[in-house]
Design a protein around this ligand. Structure first.
Ligand code: ATR
Length: 296
């Protein structure tokens, strides 16, 4: 049977990371291509750390128009870029590269993913106390967004306090925000938090079944209303289960994954997608994701 899914005019896009086998980005971007009848093919590329520069040069030579960058290269790839978007530079990590004549320009669309996810749930950060758990690659855009949206207070709780302090210091270069840093062990000392954004890997992979918050009274004692976990596999982490039991509104990271991908598409193709079409595509993708992962 003839396959004309790829031909001489196909635009190639892709994602680089290590490991890459669990990525859901090809399904998202190829679904967009399908939906809008674009001659595009989006591929996963597993790149070893010592080959990162070579991979980027190779991608450029091969005219690959757009690249997503995932763990663990969101920070380390910056030094190899031709240019970087101002906001991505401030956040300190990139997840989207756009081909230009001279080389790739880096952007951070994780922040758009978090912003859209919260907006869709009608969650505003303004004048709220926000607890951000973690200080790694996913925490940077979360803290940046909270500071940008004039929240009342940001509390960064992390296992390694030095990383939380570094993140705080970076944000204070750009925003005059009230930021407290604490060790994850001292999380019970927090007085109040309206919203929690969980950005660590606790609850994922080998840490499935664990939560960064051990005390189930935490949510009611601190007046937590809404919790967001960047993890989407498992679909409902222990952290989300506990928060839901305590009466909080919960959201997993699938919407963030989807909306960071949409924002990347909008950068690559310099166009905006219709809200209704986005909503339709995310329903189809989440149903598909649940089906292949046996999620009820
Ligand atoms: P990502 O880019 O996905 O955010 P990362 O930059 O490696 O990944 O960050 C992982 C985050 O999860 C960090 O905040 C890390 O805490 P440390 O700064 O102390 O390393 C946190 N993390 C990972 N495993 C953890 C664990 N078992 N307990 C608590 N925090 C953990």
């Amino acid at each position: 049977m003839v396959s004309d899914f790829v031909n001489g005019e196909t635009i190639v896009l892709g994602v680089i990371g290590n490991p890459i086998c669990h990525t859901f980005s090809p399904q998202i971007h190829n679904t967009f291509a399908n939906c809008f009848k674009q001659n595009i093919c989006y591929l996963p590329f597993n790149v070893k750390e010592e080959e990162l520069l070579k991979a980027l040069r190779g991608a450029f030579a091969l005219d690959i128009k757009g690249i997503n960058v995932t763990v663990p290269y969101k920070k380390s790839i910056i030094k190899y870029l031709y240019d970087i978007d101002k906001q991505a530079e401030q956040i300190g990590s990139v997840n989207t590269l756009k081909y230009t004549e001279n080389g790739y320009t880096g952007y951070n669309t994780d922040i758009d993913g978090i912003r859209y996810s919260l907006e869709n749930e009608n969650i505003s950060l303004k004048n709220k106390d926000i607890l951000i758990i973690g200080a790694g690659g996913a925490a940077c855009p979360a803290v940046f967004l909270a500071a940008k949206n004039e929240c009342r207070k940001i509390i960064i709780a992390n296992r390694t306090i030095e990383n939380a302090v570094k993140l705080k210091e970076n944000i204070l270069n750009f925003y005059n925000a009230d930021i407290e840093t604490i060790s994850l062990n001292d999380i019970d000392d927090i007085k109040n938090c309206d919203i929690i954004i969980q950005t660590t890997t606790v609850g994922f992979g080998e840490q499935e079944g664990l939560s960064p918050i051990k005390n189930n009274d935490f949510y009611n004692k601190k007046n937590v209303e809404f919790v967001f976990d960047v993890i989407y596999k498992p679909w409902k982490t222990q952290f989300l289960k506990d928060a839901q039991k305590a009466g909080c509104k919960i959201l997993n990271g699938f919407n963030m994954l989807f909306y960071q991908a949409v924002a990347a598409e909008e950068i690559w193709f310099e166009r905006k997608y219709d809200e209704n079409i986005k909503k339709q595509i995310i329903i189809e993708l989440s149903n598909y994701f649940k089906k292949i992962n046996n999620i009820e």
